[in-house]
Ligand binder design. Structure first.
Ligand SMILES: Nc1nc2c(c(=O)[nH]1)N[C@H]1C(S)=C(S)[C@@H](COP(=O)(O)OP(=O)(O)OC[C@H]3O[C@@H](n4cnc5c(=O)[nH]c(N)nc54)[C@H](O)[C@@H]3O)O[C@H]1N2
Ligand SMILES: Nc1nc2c(c(=O)[nH]1)N[C@H]1C(S)=C(S)[C@@H](COP(=O)(O)OP(=O)(O)OC[C@H]3O[C@@H](n4cnc5c(=O)[nH]c(N)nc54)[C@H](O)[C@@H]3O)O[C@H]1N2
Ligand code: SF4
Ligand SMILES: [Mo]
Length: 681
């Protein structure tokens, strides 16, 4: 133990994974080296424990020097082979800068950059956009692979998708509705310590995950039938005098336009459309509408072909029952930096862009990368596209293009780095200071440097500063150092005067009183009201009002493939840790025993899952809790660890959802056929 540690205890920092929990971490060190990474006992969410996956990975591959990238790597093999030779930073940045400048002089929009939430810390997540804004590159719209439909739909309806309820409100709420989220995997501490705080817990999910199993009421509906359910729940409120007529009159536009549809959504109709029991629909409608109720809209919920419509219908339910803009009532999709007083533009500097930056959807990435007229370079950071983006076979084929300059920043050699011309070693969150604004609680948390990066690895933002310099770009924003930015952001939150003060505390609450989104009933829509009827939606080609829609059940012989989060990986992160891989077991499809029997499949047998886009050989796991017509194949495995070099994303052709060119990966339908035991997959 160092003298400092003896005096002050372990170093406090924050987990910056894309996770609702944003745990406080205690780093135990001895003689300057990290001994153990554990949950911070004093942190209100972590309460002394990391989740299982981080407890393994932060004490495994993330700190294993043999697994981490140390130096820039230059490709010496064919793309996809993953053969590299080490190079110096000067060689790497010199070559990348020269090639990017040449493309820039000709058509900067053919430089693509894709980034997502490998880390959500602000500098490592967002500083890089300054460079790409300055050169007028094309951004692969990050949210399109995750949650864009929900953002667009809530933007239309409420004016803001990033102002959600304060989780501290739960203990005074009569009902918490968890809709298409799986906290038991994706917010494990909220699952354990928080979801039970409200009077009643209602979960709406086709899968009976652990949070659903502990709920007072689990509505295990058919995938894609949630808008019909929302209308059914509004019907219960309408029929039982539980509508908030005063709220509707003052704060809602468009109730009259859906009222007849709500009247038609009787419990019997809704039961038929969703596969639920009418009695459960009644019970859920009463519990929720009586309120005060909180509605947590999960990201899994909107990854459906009509996910935008689902979100508009759900938000309408919250509005017409008056469960918005009140203490202990509200909805949460996620909480953005704005609820902490931070403007992301301070980090991304959109003013540097010569024009509105061009964008393409992740769903079109394979097609754009296959086309030299649309792409000449790709810079990828915080994002493992070869594992996690749709249309996997087509994307891998496009990444083999010899004339595409591909630069990839990561901590590890991944499926994506295997295709890169240059792999640049990034420092991990344990190795530099940064700021985390959790997207569930309204906290402000410090990420604090606990160790030196391995070898020559650098934080993303430093790599982008050096690249900008190598490219001869002189705007001062491109070289601004971390310290002043962190101090400015912390000061903007108001929780502390500077970063060092926050770092000593670890995490501070941004609001002393419970935060009430849309307080004073101020909705930042064009009308200032909740827009169930949205002219903006209509202008974008969507219906004026949400529709009483349910996807039909899969065609005979087909299964709806759901590929949600696994408790053992963070998206694709950690699937390279041997202890995590042991937890994951073989790639498998979980399905109902009757669906398996109908196909001649037994537990542990091998089968081929086949969609219009591709096919995947995997093991079969029987689970009576999975509803009929559904196969569950969790996301996050690394194609390069699989015999066939593929994961579940080979099945999704990248079809756009109804709103925002956003993913509808949970809308994939596939057949499943037995494979002879000898045929390897
Ligand atoms: N089938 C299916 N596919 C899905 C989904 C689904 O539900 N089903 N979900 C989608 C969703 S929601 C998402 S968000 C995507 C995300 O999918 P991924 O892009 O796989 O996300 P992550 O694993 O969070 O992070 C990506 C990479 O960031 C790296 N990384 C971590 N920290 C840093 C850092 O500081 N610097 C750098 N340079 N790299 C770092 C990690 O090592 C990792 O390789 O997957 C999508 N894919
Ligand atoms: N352990 C772990 N935690 C994670 C991640 C991870 O990969 N692993 N990923 C992180 C990221 S990037 C994100 S975006 C979040 C996502 O976290 P969540 O919001 O919890 O989303 P998912 O796990 O994708 O899906 C949640 C649930 O949506 C359900 N679902 C699918 N289709 C439908 C439908 O039609 N109707 C309803 N009602 N439910 C449906 C699935 O059955 C699943 O249980 O998790 C974050 N946290
Ligand atoms: S991934 Fe989530 S649950 Fe796990 S340690 Fe990080 S914040 Fe906590
Ligand atoms: Mo995500």
């Amino acid at each position: 133990m160092t003298a400092t540690e003896a005096a002050e205890g372990p170093l406090r920092t924050t987990c910056p994974r894309d996770c609702y929990d944003a745990c406080g971490i205690a780093v135990h060190r001895r003689d300057g080296a990290i001994r153990a990474v554990m949950g911070d006992r004093d942190h209100p969410v972590a309460r002394g424990a990391l989740c299982g996956k981080c407890a393994i990975a932060y004490n495994g591959i993330w700190r294993d020097p043999a697994q981490r990238l140390h130096r820039p790597l230059r490709r010496i093999g064919r793309k996809g082979e993953g053969r590299f030779a080490p190079a110096t930073w000067d060689e790497a940045l010199g070559d990348i800068a020269a090639r990017l400048n040449a493309i820039r002089a000709w058509d900067p929009a053919r430089i693509l950059h894709t980034h997502y939430t490998g880390t959500v810390a602000l500098l490592a997540g967002w500083f890089g956009l300054r460079l790409f804004n300055a050169i007028g590159a094309t951004e692969v719209d990050p949210d399109t692979v995750c949650n864009k439909a929900g953002h667009v739909a809530l933007g239309w309806t409420l004016g803001d998708s990033l102002a959600g309820f304060d989780p501290r409100a739960a203990k005074d709420a009569a009902c918490l509705l968890v809709w298409g989220a799986n906290p038991s995997a994706t917010a494990p501490h909220m699952h354990r310590h928080w979801v039970g705080e409200a009077g009643a817990l209602v979960v709406i999910d086709p899968i009976r995950h652990e949070t659903a199993a502990r709920a007072d009421l689990h509505l295990q509906l058919r995938p894609g039938s949630d808008a019909a359910l929302a209308f059914g729940l509004m019907h219960v409120a309408q029929a039982e005098g539980l509508l908030d007529r005063a709220f509707i009159a003052r704060h809602v536009v468009g109730w009259e336009a859906i009222e007849a549809e709500v009247r038609a959504a009787t419990p019997d109709w809704t039961a038929e459309a969703t596969g639920l029991d009418a009695a459960d629909i009644l019970r859920a409608g009463r519990l929720y509408a009586r309120g005060p109720s909180l509605m947590w809209l999960g990201q899994g919920l909107q990854r459906q072909p009509r996910g935008g419509n689902v979100f508009r219908a759900a938000a309408a339910l919250a509005a017409v029952t008056g469960n918005l803009a009140r203490p202990n009532a509200g909805l949460c999709y996620m909480n953005g930096p704005g609820t902490r007083g931070v403007d992301l533009a301070d980090l991304t500097c959109p003013h540097l862009a010569p024009a509105e930056p061009p964008m393409v959807s992740h769903l079109d990435l394979a097609a754009v990368l296959a086309d030299p007229a649309r792409s000449a370079a790709l810079v990828c950071w915080n994002n493992n596209i070869a594992a996690s983006s749709p249309h996997q076979d087509a994307l891998h084929a496009a990444l083999r293009r010899e004339d595409l300059l591909h630069v990839c920043l990561d901590l590890f050699e991944t499926d994506t780095t295997a295709y890169a011309d240059w792999v640049l070693p990034a420092a991990s969150f344990l190795e530099f200071d940064d700021l985390v604004l959790p997207y569930f609680r309204h906290d402000v948390s410090a990420q604090v440097k606990a160790a030196e990066p391995p070898g020559e690895a650098l934080p993303n933002q430093e790599i982008f500063r050096r690249l900008a310099r190598a490219m001869g770009l002189v705007q001062p924003e491109l070289s601004e150092p971390d310290g002043p930015i962190l101090d400015r952001l912390v000061a903007a939150t108001g929780v502390a005067p500077d970063f060092a003060t926050l770092a000593r505390a670890g995490t501070l609450e941004a609001h002393r009183e419970i935060y009430v989104p849309f307080a004073g009933f101020r909705f930042p829509t064009p009308s200032g009201k909740v827009e169930i009827a949205s002219p903006a939606a209509l202008a974008a080609g969507a219906p004026l009002v949400p529709e009483r829609h349910a996807d039909p059940p899969p065609a005979p012989g087909r299964l709806r493939v759901l590929s949600p989060a696994s408790p053992w990986t963070m998206n694709s992160s950690y699937a390279n840790d041997p202890r995590i891989r042991a937890k994951l077991g073989p790639q498998a499809a979980r399905l109902h025993p009757e669906d398996a029997a109908a196909r001649g499949l037994a537990d542990g047998g091998r089968a081929m899952l086949r969609s219009g886009a591709g096919s995947l050989a995997l093991a079969v796991e029987l689970d009576p809790e999975v509803p009929r017509g559904v196969a569950v194949v969790p996301k996050g495995r690394w194609p390069l660890h699989e015999a066939e070099g593929r994961n579940v994303n080979v099945l999704y052709d990248g079809r756009h959802g109804d709103v925002g060119a956003s993913t509808c990966v949970h809308g994939v339908e596939a057949t499943l056929e037995p494979l002879p035991a000898t045929e390897k997959g």
